[in-house]
Write a protein that binds this ligand. Structure first.
Ligand SMILES: *[C@@H]1O[C@H](CO)[C@@H](O)[C@H](O)[C@H]1NC(C)=O
Ligand SMILES: *[C@@H]1O[C@H](CO)[C@@H](O)[C@H](O)[C@H]1NC(C)=O
Ligand SMILES: *[C@@H]1O[C@H](CO)[C@@H](O)[C@H](O)[C@H]1NC(C)=O
Ligand SMILES: *[C@@H]1O[C@H](CO)[C@@H](O)[C@H](O)[C@H]1NC(C)=O
Length: 500
């Protein structure tokens, strides 16, 4: 009976959602996994939710913690300003910078070896198509063309971080200057391969952002610009010291050359050419149709495997292995009845592993664990980015607290589809939210989060914090059990397919 009710509301939801956002995943989910309890009781998928919210959410709720030893200072990200309504990125929307560049000399002048494309909404790209020397003190790339005294100086600026639409974080990204005309400083370190220049600053230090704004755009950029054939040197304009150490293996798969970190390295470097900026296709997405060599997530997975798949081995298991990604501490979105949940999982037949990643967790270990598992499950949050380590065909269960439907879809559900994961979503009911204790089940806060958005464009920070940092989850284990059983069925099938 209860099940019937749910399928009706799911059907309604499918219709509604179809005309809103993320229709593909949800409708697919509805048709393909009809027995799954899914999606929260309320449709609250703002079509234009402020993009600042996601960053605000990730930067604050799981703010970067010390990593590796010795603990580095956490990335300096001041508290976000109050949310302001801001339009989502729109392709081809002319920015003021774009207008400015149009006034610079036409790009076709033969001596113009510096070119920038500022049309995309998420990123800028610049290119120096001749020899260049970079002065690390002023973050300036000098184009070293044949000197012609009559040539006017050409100056371009770029912030090589793919969140151009988000003023708040961009204000903290270094501006890089590209200049032709004046003679540059003398070159100390000569490189024979082109430079790929980007920022590892911003939200770096948060596992979601490390991939969403870093490695996935890096993968896309390499495959777009170099077609995965050309050799290049990675040059970062800024970033925490631990970043190169933590991601050494992955960086090494991209480029065999040591990373040049401009902030730390005070010598001048010169390159035969340089590309600045990273291309993003949207949250956690790799859009095959936009890549000249048609690469997909499969290829990104191959890179991860090359980087992390060589070491640790997990013991084999006869039962499907489920990894419960657990959020710790006072950051919110904790499963209050986690112990009981684990008991239920074991009853169903899972081999349960509790995974509490910190910034110090070695990626080889996380990779070995996740990539040998059949199910990964957790409450929406940055740690679910570990779903990147699951094998295609594995099951990924996302528990979605009240009010975070939009982020759940945009950051993880869509990408799960691209990665060919068996995606299951469990939207908690009002009664399963800890907020019910304080606000009552009839409060608008619980019943209609969308209504609290300002002009449908985002919550004020206080409201955002309530959903993301003050909300914990007390799972209705009777209802959730059917979800787990579905996951178990899919996991057994996946195991069987793996053995064949
Ligand atoms: C870089 O330039 C932009 C636009 O001119 C500016 O808003 C931003 O504050 C600058 N960032 C830094 C870190 O100086
Ligand atoms: C670049 O090539 C030159 C000549 O082949 C060589 O002497 C030099 O060591 C190379 N530099 C680097 C950084 O590989
Ligand atoms: C991929 O790019 C194409 C062409 O730009 C676009 O039509 C399509 O919607 C994109 N797919 C996704 C999943 O964003
Ligand atoms: C919530 O609303 C229902 C129906 O409108 C009502 O019966 C119930 O008493 C209300 N509960 C609280 C705690 O206000």
């Amino acid at each position: 009976m209860a099940m019937e009710k749910r399928s009706i509301s799911r059907a309604k939801l499918g219709l509604l959602v179809g005309i809103l956002f993320c229709s593909i995943i949800i409708t697919l989910k509805i048709t393909l996994t009809p027995t799954i309890v899914s999606i929260s009781t309320k449709v609250s998928l703002p079509t234009t939710m402020s993009l600042k919210q996601d960053s605000h959410y990730y930067s604050s709720s799981s703010s970067p913690q010390p990593l590796l030893s010795p603990p580095p200072p956490p990335p300096v990200i001041p508290p976000p300003p109050p949310l302001q309504p801001r339009p989502p990125p729109q392709e081809n929307k002319e920015s003021t910078i774009e207008k400015q560049t149009k006034q610079s000399p036409p790009e076709s002048l033969p001596e113009n070896r510096i070119m920038c494309d500022r049309t995309p909404s998420r990123y800028d790209l610049c290119k120096i198509s001749g020899p260049t020397v970079v002065d690390p003190n002023t973050f300036t790339f000098f184009e070293l063309g044949p000197t012609r005294s009559t040539r006017p100086n050409l100056i371009q600026k770029i912030q090589p971080y793919p969140r151009k639409y988000e003023e708040y974080i961009m204000a903290h990204i270094k501006n890089i200057t590209l200049i032709s005309g004046p003679r540059g400083p003398t070159c100390k370190v000569h490189h024979n391969t082109t430079a790929l220049v980007f920022s590892a600053g911003g939200y770096t230090g948060n596992f979601f952002h490390d991939f969403n704004d870093g490695f996935i755009p890096l993968f896309i950029t390499v495959n777009t610009i170099f077609h995965d054939e050309q050799d290049f040197v990675i040059v970062i304009t800024e970033g925490p010291d631990w970043w190169i150490r933590k991601y050494a293996n992955l960086l090494h798969v991209f480029s065999k050359h040591p990373v040049v970190a401009l902030g730390n390295d005070k010598s001048t470097h010169c390159f035969p050419s340089a590309h600045l900026g990273l291309i993003s296709h949207g949250f956690m997405l790799i859009n095959q149709t936009m890549l000249p060599n048609s690469k997909t997530y499969q290829h990104f997975h191959d890179l991860l495997h090359q980087a992390y798949g060589q070491g640790h081995q997990m013991r084999p298991t006869s039962r499907p292995r489920i990894v419960l990604v657990s959020r710790k501490g006072s950051g919110g979105r904790v499963i209050i009845n986690q112990r009981k949940l684990i008991r239920v999982m074991k009853q169903i037949g899972f081999d349960v592993i509790l995974f509490e990643p910190t910034l110090k967790t070695p990626l080889e270990e996380s990779y070995a664990l996740i990539s040998s598992s059949h199910v990964m499950i957790g409450v929406h949050g940055a740690a679910l980015t570990h779903s990147l380590f699951l094998r295609p065909g594995a099951v990924f269960v996302q528990i979605v607290p009240i009010g975070v439907d939009w982020a759940a879809h945009a950051f993880f559900a869509k990408a799960a589809g691209q990665m060919n994961l068996e995606y299951i979503e469990y939207g908690i009911g009002v009664e399963e939210s800890s907020l019910v204790d304080k606000y009552g089940k009839n409060s608008t806060l619980l019943k209609d989060p969308f209504a609290l958005q300002r002009n449908g464009k985002g919550w004020p920070t206080e409201i955002m914090d309530i959903y993301l940092k003050k909300q914990n989850v007390r799972l209705d284990l009777v209802r959730f059990k059917s979800c787990l059983k579905e996951a178990y069925k899919k996991a057994k099938l996946f195991m069987y397919q793996q053995e064949k």
